[in-house]
Structures are given as C-alpha cells and as structure tokens.
Design a binder for this molecule. Structure first.
Ligand code: SF4
Ligand code: SF4
Ligand code: FES
Length: 218
C-alpha cells in the first residue's frame, strides 16, 4: 500500500493532480477534501445542472466515459478531467414567434436545418452521462414527433457533451429542449398529419386536388 493510502483512502488524479481522499466521496467532495475552495452558486450538486461534467478513465481500462462529478464516487487509480465548453448560440428562437402548432415542424426545420443530416454515428449517445437515447431523440424530432422526443430528453442536464460530440453541429440537447418547449407550449398535432403537410409544403408530395390525385416524389 502506498504511504499516502490508508485503509479508507484512495489515490486518483483530478486534472492531472494526485489527490488522496476517502473512497466514500464524490469527485467534487474529493476536490474539497484536497482544499479546493467551495464556491456558492456554481452547481446544483444534485445531478441536474450539468456543470460538473467530467471525462473519466478508470484503472486498468482504456475506455473513456463521461460522468457528472457530483454524482460519481471516486475510485482508486481513476483519472478525472473536468470539461468546459462554450455554450452554443447558433440555434435561437422565441416560442411566441411560432404562430401555432401547425407551424412547429416548419420552424424546427428552419431553426435546426442540420438535424436531418444526422449521420447516426452514436457519438451523442456515447457522450451522454445520463444514458439518454440522444440520437433517437433527434430523429424523432426530425420526424415531427416532438412529444416523444421531448420525453426522451426529460433527464437532460444540458451538460453539452452531446453537442461537442456531434460532427454535424446539430446541438442535440437543444433539439431536445425545443421538443420539450413546443410539446408543453402547444397542443402539438399528430405527427403523421404534420409530416404530410410538411411534405406538401416542401414539394415532396404533390396534391392535385382538381383530379383527386396524390403523387409522392422520391
Ligand atoms: S442529452 Fe446531451 S446535454 Fe443532455 S445530458 Fe445527455 S449529453 Fe448532456
Ligand atoms: S452525434 Fe450528431 S450526427 Fe452523430 S448520431 Fe448524434 S445527432 Fe446524429
Ligand atoms: S453540480 Fe449540477 S449536475 Fe453536478
């Protein structure tokens, strides 16, 4: 046993610095134990604000996982790195400017034009410390299924890890937030009806009402 390691203490690194702390502590508590100052108003310490996101590699493992520092108990030999990202500002909207639920899907495509370019690379799913089916949520929103999409993102803590993982700059967490917003702001219409209307609007579906004829363009 290392001379700094007592029965209940373990050694890990946080941002490259060796720390010895009782194994009952979370990563954040281990920092405090090491003398890092406690600052009020930075995070919730309850697993809901996402401000304590960390990248973790465990002893004898080559895998990297994304976790929340306030929820993660420390382990011997663990390597922890705090992550900081700028917030995205490319997708902005005001719900009050969406006239009705009939316009939600059109507005979604205007605000999030990248969403339909999803490569299904699973990067967002792998990055999510809350195990949310992020990719599915994005694709449900693309298909106008905002209620189902929003429900998937219910546990999202807006840590931005999926955002930084996305090669198409989709901002999946903001897609989820949009889905949650519109689901509660509007009584959203059935997705199959909205999909048909959107196909007509974008010219993918031709409706010749005079001859009672429907034609779908591939
Ligand atoms: S969906 Fe994205 S922002 Fe939300 S918790 Fe998962 S990784 Fe973080
Ligand atoms: S990271 Fe982006 S491109 Fe990849 S699956 Fe998620 S949303 Fe799609
Ligand atoms: S401090 Fe809010 S999730 Fe960890």
């Amino acid at each position: 046993m290392n001379k700094n390691q007592t029965e209940n203490h373990i050694i890990l690194t946080i941002n490259g610095k060796y720390i010895s702390a009782p194994n009952s502590l979370s990563v954040i508590q281990a920092l405090w134990h090491d003398g890092y100052p406690q600052v009020k108003g930075v995070g919730c310490l309850g697993g809901v604000c996402g401000s304590c996101r960390v990248m973790v590699r465990r002893k004898n493992s080559v895998d990297i996982t994304m976790e929340l520092g306030c929820q993660l108990l420390i382990e011997d030999g663990m390597e922890v790195f705090f992550l900081d990202f700028p917030a995205s500002s490319q997708h902005s909207y005001h719900l009050s400017e969406i006239k009705s639920s009939w316009d939600v899907q059109t507005e979604f495509q205007r605000i999030f034009p990248e969403a339909e370019l999803c490569r299904h690379c699973h990067g967002c799913d792998l990055a999510c410390p809350k195990d949310i089916e992020v990719e599915l949520g994005v694709n449900l929103a693309v298909n106008g299924r905002f209620q189902e999409s929003g429900e998937l993102f219910f546990e999202c803590v807006m840590c931005n890890l999926c955002m930084t993982s996305c090669p198409e700059f989709i901002d999946p967490n903001h897609v989820g937030l949009f889905a949650r917003h519109v689901s509660s702001y509007f009584h959203t219409r059935p997705s199959n009806l909205m999909n048909q209307l959107e196909a007509i609007r974008t010219g993918k579906l031709d409706v010749n009402t005079g001859e009672n004829d429907l034609q779908v363009q591939s």
